[in-house]
Design a protein around this ligand. Structure first.
Ligand code: SF4
Length: 316
């Protein structure tokens, strides 16, 4: 699995001042699970060290201007961004981590200055980030700073692993039966993102219009990627936990029921992390050998060592 990253996040000394911006999570955690593919549009086109640049609003058009010589370098940066975005597309990436606030790599809130002034009330998207998003609007993307938020981090990682699963599934020439299996395994994970998405995906799989497999898969792919791009929250996740509990509630005694329901409520109240409830539910899945639940990605969405569900702050 490959993830694109802004090169400076790996510690590469490619920033305008010759420094890097090593990010601990990218280098120490993501690198364990993904092949990291670095991109630095500015170093490629301007070299390092170089004059710093800024985004400037010139009569409603975003231009890239160098800070000392006030040279307009928009064309150079646009061209290299287009070229690298195409290369990123051809790499079959599962996601991208960009450097925040950079006029090339920032995905939001990049300072946009007023022409001939130091005022910057407006915000924009970096040119390279924009080129990547335009080419792959449903690719999971995040910025380094935002990944310090456990909720955003959990959502991003879940999205990347689901994205990669879908890629592998589609690469294997799936049949209609395979599609039903894939869809089934993602039932509760998608449900935790949004019930509407789950219903929509279900109607695509049901294929009432008897369309060709290829067109069903194409529609499913886009709807699935949209579904997993939504952020989950405590209420939706709690709802899924209760649904899963429903599989055992007639098979267990009153004490056991109370134990599970208390755990679900404590998760909802932010007292215990999700992993505590999921571990409990997985015990019952194993005990009753429930084939339907055993394949649910919601119960095992990514390597447990990432420990993303161990933080009560990972859910809002
Ligand atoms: S933010 Fe982007 S353009 Fe700037 S140094 Fe890092 S990788 Fe290069």
């Amino acid at each position: 699995m490959k993830i694109g990253v802004s090169s400076c996040l790996l510690g590469t000394q490619c920033r305008y001042d010759g420094a890097g911006s090593k990010d601990g999570f990218v280098v120490n955690e993501l690198a364990k699970y993904f092949e990291l593919v670095p991109y630095c549009p500015e170093a490629m086109v301007f070299g390092t060290p170089r004059e710093s640049i800024r985004l400037v609003d010139v009569e409603g058009e975003i231009r890239v201007i160098s800070n000392k010589e006030h040279k307009d370098v928009t064309k150079e940066l646009e061209d290299i961004s287009e070229q690298l975005a195409l290369e990123a597309f051809e790499e079959n990436l599962c996601g991208f981590v960009f450097k925040a606030k950079s006029p090339s790599c920032g995905i939001e809130r990049v300072k946009l200055y007023e022409n001939n002034s130091n005022m910057c009330e407006k915000k924009a998207v970096g040119l390279f980030a924009k080129a990547v998003i335009d080419k792959q609007p449903l690719l999971p993307i995040e910025e380094d700073g935002r990944l310090n938020d456990p909720w955003l981090k959990e959502n991003f990682l879940m999205q990347i692993f689901a994205f990669s699963d879908l890629q592998k599934f589609l690469d294997n020439n799936p049949s209609f039966k395979d599609l039903v299996e894939f869809h089934t395994s993602y039932k509760y994970l998608v449900y935790a993102k949004g019930q509407e998405s789950y219903k929509h995906l279900g109607s695509i799989v049901a294929n009432h219009d008897k369309r060709e497999l290829e067109s069903v898969l194409e529609e499913y792919k886009i709807a699935f990627l949209r579904a997993i791009s939504q952020k989950g929250n405590i209420n939706k996740t709690y709802n899924v936990l209760l649904h899963i509990f429903g599989y055992f509630k007639k098979l267990i005694n009153a004490d056991e029921k109370e134990h599970i329901l208390t755990a679900c409520q404590e998760y909802k109240d932010g007292i215990i992390p999700l992993i505590a409830v999921v571990k409990l539910l997985n015990l019952y899945v194993k005990r009753f050998d429930d084939k339907y639940l055993k394949v649910q990605k919601f119960l095992n969405p990514y390597p447990k060592e990432l420990a993303l569900r161990s933080d009560v702050k990972a859910y809002k």
